[in-house]
Design a protein around this ligand. Sequence first.
Ligand SMILES: [Zn+2]
Length: 216
Amino acid sequence: MQLYHYAGNNPVEYIDPDGRQTEEWVVVSPGHGMDRPGSDPGTCHDGYKEISYIYRLTSRLMPKLSNLGVNAINIKAPPYNAYTVSRKVKESNRFGKNHKVALHISIHADSLRGDGYVGIEIFYMTGRPISKKIAEFFQKELESAGFEARIKSDNQTWVGRFGELWDTKAPATLIEIGTLGSAKGRKLLGNDKYMDKMAEILSKAIEKFIKEKPNK
Ligand SMILES: [Zn+2]
C-alpha cells in the first residue's frame, strides 16, 4: 500500500509495512478572529466581522463532513482552542503526530478586495506546484457547482506568505469564501442558501480530495 508522509508540504512516499488502511483526517481552521467581546474580531469592514461569516460556513460544514464519514476536527474548538495562525499551525502539527492528516484547510473571508470580485479565492504557496494543484482541485470542484472561484499565489497578497500554508506539515489550502468589503459580497455571504450550497460542495470536494489525492 502506498502512503505519503508530508514534511513541510513535501510529500515523501513510503510503504506501510503492515499494509493496513490508515485513518485519515481533515483539520478545519476557521480564519481570523474570536467572537469574545474585546478580542480580535479578525478582518472587519464597516462593523462587519470576518469571524461571523466564517462561523456561518463552518457550522454548516462540520456536520456535513461528519455525514459523509469524513474525520474532521475544528482546530479553533476545544480541546485545541487555536485562535492565532501560529497556534493553529502548532496544534495542527501536534495533531498530525498521532493522526494522518490528509488536508489542513484554512477558511477566511476577505475585506480588502478592490476589484469588485465577490467570488471565492483559493491561495497557494508561491513556487510550489503541489500547493497549486490543491488550489486548482478546489477551484474546479467549486466552479463545476456554479460558484465563481479563482486561485492566487500568496505573494500576490499584502500578507505575502501564509503561515498556515507554509508551516503546517499536512497538505494545506487557504480559501477566502467571499468578501465583506462590499455590499454585494456581504449579501452573498449573508445568504443562507448560498452558504448551505457552499458547505455542501466544499464537504463533497474535501471527501473527493481525500479519495483522489490530486496533490500527488
Ligand atoms: Zn482571515
